[in-house]
Design a protein around this ligand. Structure first.
Ligand code: KG4
Ligand code: ZN
Length: 342
């Protein structure tokens, strides 16, 4: 007799995407995300507006995911939700909703670490090879930049992380300096494709170990722009593509320097990327090229599982379900604290 199918409902609300997903074993039956446009004109996520939008979106998004999957609540085996890290007001909406739904349906509840889930998105069944353990994952999102050694689905250690801004934050803040709307990362990516990556030189950091720093780059771009705009008020518009290409080139250089060092020091050549910035076309291309040069096996998530989504939360939930690790009704959201498991 085959093993029983396990169906997990995943809920993600850590930042500005409200998402629900239904996962059957490792296969996504539905993954519905409502992105919040309200932040665009503010140049960043406004926490109070984000949590209000989550409140409006969460019920329809969960309904839609169940409908698309053709699954009723009676067929769900557990409810997995993002406990943290993220914005407190946003996390509280998903956490409270998941707890209430678990109480009403008498289903087990699973609390998931958002950063672990970004990495475990690699195990969503897409019919392509998945990383073998141990592997290194460069996790690059709006809030985090980490080099993680993954020894097993629930055994991860952070080898390095950013000491100031995250890579996504660097993209977004520099985009704001260039007058682009939030989130700037995808726009910089698009504009960079027609620019010269060597047109401008910006500061590169010196940091200890496998850590990262991006705030010096941001300041270096700001000072250069201020200086140039005094001489030519149209400097940004006349050089936008070259500026974007040069900024992206510098961010990627910073990321790859450390990634190569970690791989060479640990001898691990299974290399994955995860998180919102792993949607960046330059990063994806450079990983494939570097992989060929250095004989790495590289793993690049499907586009829709790079940025925040509930499928990855359900996937992490499935690994915890298999190990019998559940939360109870006393669980609360954790904005910052790294709790030491998925
Ligand atoms: O993982 P994510 O969706 O949310 C967090 O957990 O933070 O990452 C969002 C970040 C934003 O900073 C956004 O600008 C960046 O990912 N991002 C990109 C691209 N797509 C999203 N950065 C560069 N190039 C992209 N194509
Ligand atoms: Zn994320």
């Amino acid at each position: 007799m085959g093993q029983k199918d396990i169906v997990i409902l995943g809920i993600e609300s850590s930042c500005d995407d409200t998402s629900a997903s239904v996962l059957q074993n490792n296969r996504v039956l539905a993954n519905i995300t409502a992105s919040q446009k309200v932040h665009e004109s503010y140049g960043g996520v406004v926490p109070e507006l984000a949590s209000r939008a989550h409140q409006q979106n969460i019920v329809p998004v969960v309904h839609e995911a169940l409908k698309k999957a053709g699954i009723s609540m009676q067929e769900i085996d557990a409810i997995a939700f993002t406990r943290g890290p993220g914005l407190m007001g946003s996390l509280v909406v998903g956490c409270s909703f998941a707890k209430a739904l678990a109480l009403a349906t008498n289903l087990p509840l699973i609390d998931v670490n958002h950063m672990h889930a970004h990495i475990l998105a690699h195990f969503i069944d897409e019919g392509i090879p998945v990383p073998k353990f141990p592997f290194i994952c460069l996790t690059v999102s709006g809030g985090h930049t980490q080099l993680v050694q993954v020894d097993a689905p629930l055994e991860m250690k952070i080898l390095g992380s950013t000491i100031d801004d995250a890579a996504g934050e660097a993209f977004d803040k520099i985009a704001k300096i260039l007058g682009l709307p939030y989130p700037g990362g995808p726009l910089v990516d698009k504009l960079a494709q027609t620019g010269n990556p060597l047109a401008f030189q910006f500061a590169e950091p010196k940091v200890d170990g496998y850590n990262f720093s991006f705030s010096g780059l941001k300041t270096s771009v700001l000072y250069r722009i201020q200086k140039e705009v005094k001489l030519n008020p149209n400097f940004i518009s006349e050089n936008l593509a070259d500026l974007c290409a040069s900024v992206q080139h510098t961010i990627l250089k910073i990321l790859f320097n450390q990634l190569k060092r970690v791989s060479s020091d640990t001898g691990i050549r299974e290399i994955a990327i995860a998180g919102g910035v792993s949607a960046n076309s330059g990063l994806r291309n450079q990983l494939m090229e570097t992989g060929k040069q250095l004989n790495w096996n590289v793993f690049i998530p499907k586009f829709e599982y790079c940025t925040d989504n509930a499928a990855m939360i359900a996937m992490a939930g499935k690994f915890l379900f298999d190990k019998g690790i559940f939360a109870d009704q006393t669980v609360s959201a954790q904005a910052r604290k790294e709790f030491n498991r998925s």
